[in-house]
Design a protein around this ligand. Structure first.
Ligand code: LHQ
Length: 259
């Protein structure tokens, strides 16, 4: 249900249940977790790219899945979040490399919030984002109630989550929900070029930038200044910092190793 390939320092994960718009099943969660672990533990991988096969990116939970079906006895959805969605979102946030999401089509429910958990989101112009949860009586999950207000502000987040209104890619970019919208034909190439570029960059430093960006939401200015001091101390001891400065001073292209 997913495709995994590694080339040029980039691990690419393609959600691959196109006839169901790549909606999540227990099996897909399992394979996705394995793939992210493979990317994390493969020394050659310095950037992760996530995209979808077919006309959709991801329609969230597969609502036909018996484990979450409200038919008969009420299901305990906490288990689904605790065992699958929450670890997924944490594994992306904690991954010590940039994670790019190429949203090739509709991203609904947990599919939209999976995209927002990634570090840089590009979307095809025909793609759209839907907080579909409210339409079936559920609460946005997969970190959406954390990420969306931070991305677009409380007024827009509230309306989107309470109405489930579809946001087209261009509007999502205008609102700061994603990095940018690109022509449908250009999405794969542009996302892959960005991923390949990032895979040549100072990966350890980029991972420290991720840390700083994550902590900023709960820190005071004083705490964040202290954090920057600590992270810069780590960054300053990397091989890539030496290489970056040496290359700059000698007017040559740097050759970063990611450490
Ligand atoms: C689907 C789905 C889908 C199954 C399209 N499931 N088949 C966490 C924990 C535990 C429980 C519950 O949830 C969660 C997190 C969540 O993500 S909750 C939110 C779940 N997602 C949704 O509510 C979105 C449901 N899908 C839609 O609203 C539409 O399909 C969208 C707006 C995404 C796309 O609309 P269309 O472009 O018109 O496509 P379609 O509706 O015709 O879908 C194509 C096929 O995919 C169709 O199957 P069929 O056999 O008729 O061709 C759909 O039934 C199937 N599909 N989403 N989530």
């Amino acid at each position: 249900t997913i495709l995994y390939e590694v080339a040029d320092g980039v691990a690419k994960i393609t959600l691959n249940r196109p006839d169901k718009l790549n909606s999540f099943t227990v099996q897909m969660h399992g394979e996705l977790a394995e793939a992210i672990k493979a990317a994390r533990t493969d020394e050659s991988v310095r950037c992760l790219l996530i995209t979808g096969a077919g006309r959709g990116f991801c329609a969230g939970q597969d609502l036909g899945d018996r484990a979450v079906s409200p038919g008969g006895e009420a299901p305990d959805l906490a288990e689904s979040l605790e065992k699958r969605y929450n670890p997924l979102i944490r594994s992306i946030a904690d991954l010590e490399m940039p994670v790019i999401c190429a949203v090739n089509g509709v991203a609904a429910g947990a599919g939209a919030n999976l995209a927002f958990a990634c570090d840089i989101v590009l979307a095809a112009r025909s793609a759209s984002f839907i907080q579909a949860f409210c339409k079936i009586g559920l609460v946005p999950d997969s970190g959406g109630t954390w990420s969306l207000p931070r991305l677009v502000g409380p007024a827009r987040a509230a309306a989107l989550m309470l109405t489930g209104e579809k946001v087209p890619a261009d509007k999502a970019a205008d609102w700061g929900m994603i990095w940018k919208a690109v022509d449908d034909e250009a999405l794969a190439e542009e996302a892959e070029a960005l991923a390949k570029h990032l895979a040549t960059q100072p990966t350890a430093g980029l991972a420290l930038i991720k840390r700083a960006l994550k902590e900023t939401w709960t820190n005071t200015l004083d705490q964040q200044l202290n954090l920057e001091r600590d992270l810069q101390s780590l960054a300053g001891r990397t091989r890539d910092y030496q290489e970056g400065v040496d290359a700059f001073m000698n007017k040559r292209q740097p050759a970063f190793v990611g450490k």
